[in-house]
Design a protein around this ligand. Structure first.
Ligand code: AHG
Ligand code: MN
Ligand code: MN
Ligand code: MN
Length: 329
């Protein structure tokens, strides 16, 4: 049995010269543990309130609100977070005065991802990206920091599933921690996550097939036909929670796509708090993340909830997909 290294010990070892960032990441893990606890009671707190929608017009689950409140409370108490761009808030919210030098970080946050799956007991997640507020010309205008990846420091996600895990991507290192519910706290469980260069799992909402453009339909037919024409048949897996689909892709290899549809011309997933963090995590683990034509991490953020198409996963599979997606242009 390898040595037990806690999340805190990992942070002190790798970020000892950035105490504010350590405090911030600890506050995220505290919120995650609290959300995991509440999710474990979901059968007693009742299903989503029918008819309530959020600013995106999506049905809103009371756990979306609960998760956001836990994160905002923990981030405020950390005193290290200046502002948060949350999926559930129209604009970025500032947590402290512009004068506070201590609050050096800005977070883009999906407090609860895949919330339509909660009431059927399917895994859900939280997704975050952390930026250095002072790596921009105008530190008192937090939105400026998120315009590009210059100020980006780290990204991660929480997966609430069979176990609760935090996957954290620092430059060149993607690490997984599992919540030790017996002893409390997150413990290092995946020391250095590397995504396989290729795989045979494709993950897309096939129900949108007739809404996809010709290039996307060609790629999906290519995946389906692997069984007939190629030695390695593909298999389809789609949870409908981005965190769960990306976590499987990261560990087993494969490709996840949320392409543009007739209804959603820019795709469904948001750049700031879904596609960018996942792109950073997957690329730091050796994978690729593209819109199908542009690299996700090269895209400027033009509005808080900007949506982008996403093709992400094992490098060889994303490269093949890009060729087919663009063959009809
Ligand atoms: P969220 O719950 O944060 O709004 O995100 C839901 C997203 C993402 O988790 C998942 O990949 C996607 O919705 C699934 O969308 P479809 O149901 O349209 O396939
Ligand atoms: Mn949502
Ligand atoms: Mn989401
Ligand atoms: Mn969400």
């Amino acid at each position: 049995m390898s040595e037990r290294i806690t999340y805190q010990q990992f942070l002190y070892k790798h970020l000892r010269d950035q105490p504010g960032l350590t405090t911030l990441l600890e506050s995220i893990s505290n919120a995650a543990a609290g959300i995991a606890e509440e999710l474990s009671r979901i059968s007693f707190t009742g299903p989503a309130d029918p008819g309530t929608v959020n600013l995106h017009g999506e049905s809103r689950h009371h756990m979306d609100q609960y998760a956001e409140t836990l994160f905002l409370t923990a981030l405020s108490e950390s005193r290290a977070c200046f502002a948060v761009l949350s999926e559930e808030q129209t604009e970025m919210i500032q947590l402290t005065s512009a004068l506070s030098q201590e609050a050096a970080y800005i977070i883009a946050l999906d407090p609860l991802d895949g919330s339509s799956n909660i009431d059927v007991n399917i895994p859900v997640g939280s997704i975050f990206s952390i930026y250095d507020r002072f790596k921009t010309a105008s530190p008192s205008h937090p939105a400026a920091v998120l315009q590009d990846m210059d100020g980006h420091i780290a990204s991660g996600y929480v997966l609430y599933s069979t176990t609760t895990m935090i996957v954290l991507a620092l430059p060149g290192l993607v690490t997984g921690f599992t919540l030790d519910s017996a002893n409390g706290g997150f413990v290092l469980s995946h020391a250095n996550i590397r995504i396989p260069d290729t795989g045979n799992i494709y993950s897309v909402n096939d129900g949108n097939y007739h809404d996809f453009d010709r290039g996307t339909q060609n790629y999906i037919r290519f995946c389906r036909q692997q069984k007939e024409f190629y030695e390695r048949p593909f298999t389809a897996r789609y949870v409908g929670s981005m965190v769960a689909d990306i976590h499987r892709t990261l560990l087993k290899g494969g490709i996840f796509l949320y392409p543009a549809t007739m209804a959603l011309k820019e795709g469904k997933l948001r750049l700031a708090y879904e596609c960018r963090p996942m792109a950073y995590i997957v690329e730091q683990a050796g994978g690729r993340a593209s819109t199908g034509s542009k690299e996700i991490l090269d895209l400027p953020l033009r509005s808080p909830h900007q949506r982008v198409p996403v093709v992400i996963g094992s490098e060889e599979m994303v490269n093949t997909a890009k060729r087919l997606l663009n063959a009809c242009l």
